[in-house]
Design a binder for this molecule. Structure first.
Ligand code: ADP
Ligand code: MG
Length: 316
């Protein structure tokens, strides 16, 4: 691995993605690059597959947050990826590297937390792997779900002229600890997908600017105009601003781990969704030109710089 293209998390994933091999009789309808892979077994509905790893000191602080909250979040972030495909999560596998010493108590706490999330969404815990070592706690969860009759929603279906919607307020989930109580928008995604054909969808895990950027990139290099006064800013971002002075708008655009959904639909469908589901907000629209812009209430335009979190660049 060397060269410009392997720099950063997204560059590395691109490098791996280009090396995917399609086998004869492949189940893979959509491989690397979306919230879930879409698998089509020889019969039945498409299966959605996703996995996410959480590490102590990076995604949580075990001593502060407790094992139960970690288990809850670890399953929740995966359910959020299934929600982002408008799928129904079904089963989960949980692999853990436990710190030696308190291994059993931590594993039980993790399980109870994961169990609480699983029960909320009728997900079965069907397997996993247990290891102990001298390092910190690491939890990797894999979830399988199924698409509905309306089919899975990828990141790649956005069209110029689409309305851009988000399912709730953004920003400040890390300073407030809300990231530990993620609320995967499974039911909301299914309700929206029943009301209208969703063109493209992603969950906001790395920050709106970055995650909307993935939709636009995967949809052939489209652009967007976001209306600044329509972007719902979470009270946590306003609270964080009072203590550290960070601009709440920047937090709403760049903070990660909100686990709201960002989606694009036909403008007429957007009106139907907004009418039926008042938590959903329209924040802008997709454009044919590649520019991604913020429009302030006075009409001024500024570039929407992707400042989401890149795990390999270590910048926010
Ligand atoms: P998300 O934030 O939705 O979990 P990521 O940004 O982690 O998605 O990953 C983007 C895409 O790249 C996903 O399709 C994921 O499955 C894939 N991916 C990430 N890391 C790897 C890897 N090491 N090998 C293969 N695929 C990967
Ligand atoms: Mg995702």
């Amino acid at each position: 691995m060397n060269g410009q293209e392997t720099q950063g998390e997204f560059g590395l994933i691109e490098w791996i993605r280009r090396r995917q091999v399609a086998r004869p009789g492949s189940w893979t309808r959509l491989g690397i690059g979306d919230d879930c892979a879409i698998l089509q077994p020889p019969s039945g509905r498409p299966i959605l597959a996703t996995t996410d790893m959480l590490m102590d000191g990076r995604h949580f602080v075990l001593e502060r947050d407790g094992a139960g909250a970690v288990g809850y979040k670890a399953l929740g972030v995966n359910l959020s990826d299934v929600a982002a495909m408008a799928g129904v999560p079904r089963v989960a596998l949980i692999a853990v590297a436990l710190p030696r010493g308190a291994a059993v108590a931590i594993a039980q706490g993790l399980h109870q937390g994961a169990r609480a999330m699983a029960d909320r969404f009728d997900v079965e815990l069907v397997g996993g792997d247990t290891n102990a070592w001298d390092g910190p706690l690491v939890v990797a969860v894999t979830v399988l779900g199924e698409a509905t009759d309306r089919g899975p929603v990828a990141r790649s279906g956005a069209r110029a002229g689409d309305a851009i919607l988000v399912t709730g307020p953004l920003g400040g989930s890390l300073p407030s600890g809300r990231h530990l109580r993620s609320e995967p928008r499974v039911e909301l995604a299914l309700a929206m997908h029943q009301l209208a054909a969703i063109h493209a969808m992603i969950d906001v895990s790395d920050g709106l600017a970055s995650d909307l950027g993935h939709i636009l990139d995967e949809s052939g290099g489209l652009g967007a105009i976001l209306e600044v006064d329509q972007i719902p800013i979470h009270a946590d971002a306003l609270a964080a601003a009072r203590s550290d002075g960070a601009d709440p708008l920047v937090r709403a655009l760049s903070d990660g781990e909100d686990f709201e959904l960002c989606l694009t639909v036909d403008p007429g469908d957007a009106r139907r969704i907004l009418g039926a589901l008042p938590v959903v907000r329209q924040i802008g629209f997709v454009t044919a030109e590649n520019a991604r812009l913020l429009r302030f209430p006075d009409g001024q335009l500024e570039p929407l710089t992707a400042r989401g979190f890149d795990h390999l660049r270590e910048t926010t």
